[in-house]
Design a protein around this ligand. Structure first.
Ligand code: PAF
Length: 278
């Protein structure tokens, strides 16, 4: 893969890269099409990365279907699929990790300690292997985006991140490979996540909410009607760079990120909304 990527770079071609864990959906396709639009060569990786799953998480259960993914990539105009094994990526004596301190421990990191260390490490490896000029990520994983932007900046990586909008079902539920775990009823009910985010945005922009606690209270109320009491794991109202909490919403100016994790039954869903307060 490195030789192929290097060949194209030397030939003056722009290399676009879409890292994925497979079981592709329209969200991934949107990233691939953006890469196809902008770059001469498009590489997608399909690798369910073991180091970003906690021991009690769904690594074994994570949906996999290479043949289906292969045809989706082909249709989206991907030129190369990089599909390594865990042994190839990590081997028996793997010792080197990348971690973005602080940022990786916030929000998701509080509940999934070690997750972003696994993400930054594998993405750094994938960048070194696929040598992209541009790499495409979805805004759905807002904290992943912040962590990777910081990795690229702090380690002077020679690649630019392109962040694409979250792709949603007709009812507003963010597309995710993990949606396959949901029943039809849960998929319908989970529309409330995006509704609560939209309502938070409208009210913050209208200055109807003065502090983050009010935002959280309304969102929890809305979501728990559908998902049940205690289903909301966290809601955070933060800036979009270092993910610091915004307390005084009324006087805050800049990008506001409202993000959350919610359980629908055993399935943990994340989502967010990003907007600018002037
Ligand atoms: O967003 C994902 O699917 C994964 O976290 C990524 C970026 C492919 C790294 O394994």
């Amino acid at each position: 893969m490195q030789e192929i990527a290097e060949f194209f770079r030397r030939a003056g071609k722009t290399v676009g890269f879409v890292p994925t864990m497979g079981f592709l959906h329209e969200g991934h396709v949107a990233l691939m099409l953006a890469a196809r639009d902008e770059c001469d060569v498009v590489i997608a990786s399909i690798f369910v990365n073991p180091t970003q799953f906690l021991p009690n998480e769904d690594f074994e259960q994570y949906p996999r279907d290479f043949l289906r993914d292969f045809y989706i990539c082909k249709q989206a105009g991907v030129d190369y699929i990089f599909n390594p094994s865990a042994e190839e990526m990590y081997g028996a004596n793997f010792k080197t990790y990348v971690n973005v301190d602080d940022l990786s421990e916030k929000l998701e990191g509080k509940y999934r300690p070690g997750h972003f260390k696994g993400v930054s490490t594998v993405v750094m490896k994938l960048f070194n292997i696929c040598k992209p000029h541009y790499s495409y990520f979805g805004q759905k994983d807002a904290q992943q985006v912040s962590v990777l932007k910081k990795t690229v900046k702090d380690l002077n990586l020679d690649t630019e991140l392109r962040i694409c909008d979250t792709i949603r079902e007709d009812n507003g539920l963010a597309k995710s490979s993990r949606n396959t775990y949901l029943s039809e009823q849960q998929k319908e009910d989970a529309a409330v996540i995006n509704k609560s985010l939209q309502s938070a945005k409208e009210k913050v922009l209208a200055n109807s909410f003065t502090d983050a606690e009010e935002v959280k209270r309304e969102m929890i109320e809305m979501i728990e009607i559908k998902a049940g009491e205690g289903s909301v794991q966290y809601i955070a109202v933060t800036d979009n760079e270092l993910l610091n909490d915004i307390e005084d919403l009324k006087n805050f100016k800049g990008d506001v990120l409202v993000s959350l994790a919610v359980y629908f039954g055993k399935t943990r869903l994340i989502d967010n909304i990003l907007f600018t307060k002037k």
